[in-house]
Ligand binder design. Sequence first.
Ligand code: NAD
Ligand code: UFG
Length: 342
Amino acid sequence: MPTILVTGGAGYVGSHTCVELLNSGYDVISVDNCCNSSSESLRRIEMITGKKIDFYEADIRSYKMLYKIFKENKIDAVIHFAGLKAVRESVLNPLLYYDNNLCGTINLCNIMNKFGIKRIVFSSSATVYSDSSAPPFDEEMPTGEVSNPYGRSKYVIEEILKDLKTSDNAWSISVLRYFNPVGAHESGTIGEDPLGIPNNLMPFVTKVALGLLPCLTIFSKDYKTRDGTCIRDYIHVVDLAKGHLLALKEVLTKNTIDIYNLGTGVGCSVLELVEAFEEACNVKINYKIGGKRQGDLPIVYANVSKAENKLGFKTSRSIKKMCEDSFNWQIKNPLGYRQFVK
Ligand code: NAD
Ligand code: UFG
């Protein structure tokens, strides 16, 4: 079976994808500087799968370290998750985001070129779509009108990858635009572990449900949607991880560049998610309605026809399952991975 280098493999989506890769028989090497994760997640992946991951704790911006990794291993393809992802932080510190996300990716592609490994799956985001397009978003819609440096870094990386393919047709590239990943592995041993107070809805809800935070603020009920709250396309992280294996198979077997939306294609409002959580987990979520959060679009959901038709992508985990698995992870790990790390 091929050997896959997973950058950012200790993180939320990366760790779930490592599980799927190992369970499917791939050999996995991971590089992560653990700036937003813990190597404990890798130990848990090994526990779940009974298989070993070769781990390098390193920054993908280090040419020396990446050179060493490629020199020491026979790598067939890369799944590239490593990046910073907090929208607000990117507004406050744009240089950090451009340095980490852009320079990291350029360094990685340079080394891949050097070693003649030209197969990559890249984590992009629905944030590249422009707010002037009407949802559902499809891959042909215009991109680049982004409102923050995080989103711009994703847009620019997509453009760099397209240029790379134009310059050298030997590259095989799959760009995956995620919608809203939530949920956790059903064992409750790996999951999303944000540092400090979560920015995203689901980790906030699970913390309120457990009494770790007092109250959820819903960012406005004045949107032009069915209940006044924003609509998003939540996708279970295990379904998302499985999507990476389909994309990987494509870059390993074809000479291609393709962009795919990964979502469910179904929108769910904030209030609907809160209600679904209450019902699925049998808890009350204390919430209040607050003002709008700057930059939030009223409605974001995917047209997933391309991924379904070309990759055979199909999600199977419901909103109920997303809530149950998120809460199960939170209950089993109230302090995330930190309580286990010395
Ligand atoms: P995450 O923060 O949990 O995982 C990213 C991992 O990359 C972390 O383990 C972090 O330590 C590592 N990393 C960051 N910079 C690095 C560097 N320079 N060198 C080595 N390692 C580095 O985030 P995630 O939710 O798993 O997201 C994975 C990817 O998917 C990111 O690129 C993110 O932008 C993208 N994405 C995520 C979402 C989401 O809502 N989770 C949505 C769209 C796109
Ligand atoms: N929300 C609240 N209260 C909170 C947190 C979120 O009401 O405390 C609402 C937001 O206003 C939004 C919805 O819940 O309507 C989802 O918000 P998230 O922060 O969970 O997710 P976003 O849709 O804002 O952002 C996600 C990823 C980004 C990515 C973007 C692309 O986190 O990385 O999708 O659409 F860029």
